[in-house]
Design a protein around this ligand. Structure first.
Ligand SMILES: [Zn+2]
Length: 152
């Protein structure tokens, strides 16, 4: 850290403690140039992800909501909760890596479908049916056939 008194770049940490709520670390530093002491705070950088809905309004991204949708699609299917949790984590990571603070609901939907395709055909088709709101039964059927084809 650059000393606020003399601008020297060398310092030593003489004390560090975690704040009561555990969200930051307070460090007491001593400048090796002038010997004065100052305090720095270290916090985790959290950039909330905003989800842009079809209507254009924004809402904070929630893993709970994504999970809810997946759990529903996997109802009575041989998919374990740990598989679902893993999928939710993967999706969250993908969003953090590929988007800069904002993602559309349709992109999240695509990630969910990608993941479900790997986990369970039926869950995938269920989710896709709701999510894509197929206009007619034919486009839904062709989607199902597509899944069956790739699984062979
Ligand atoms: Zn200094």
């Amino acid at each position: 850290m650059k000393c606020i008194y003399c601008g020297c770049l060398d310092d030593k940490v003489i004390d560090s403690r975690v704040s009561d709520d555990g969200t930051s670390i307070r460090r007491r530093r001593e400048c090796l140039g002038c010997g004065k002491r100052y305090t720095t705070y270290e916090t985790v950088e959290t950039t909330p992800i905003m989800v842009v809905k079809k209507s254009g309004c924004r809402q904070q991204f929630s893993t709970a909501k994504v999970k809810q949708g997946i759990v529903k699609a996997c109802e009575k299917r041989p998919v374990s909760m740990s598989d679902i949790d893993k999928l939710v984590n993967d999706i969250e990571m993908k969003i953090h890596n590929n988007f800069d603070g904002e993602v559309t609901t349709s992109q999240i939907g695509e990630y969910v479908m990608e993941g479900l395709k790997e986990l369970d055909d039926v869950a995938y088709v269920r989710f896709a049916a709701i999510y894509r709101q197929f206009k007619d039964i034919n486009s839904w059927l062709s989607e199902i056939q597509e899944v069956l084809k790739t699984k062979k």
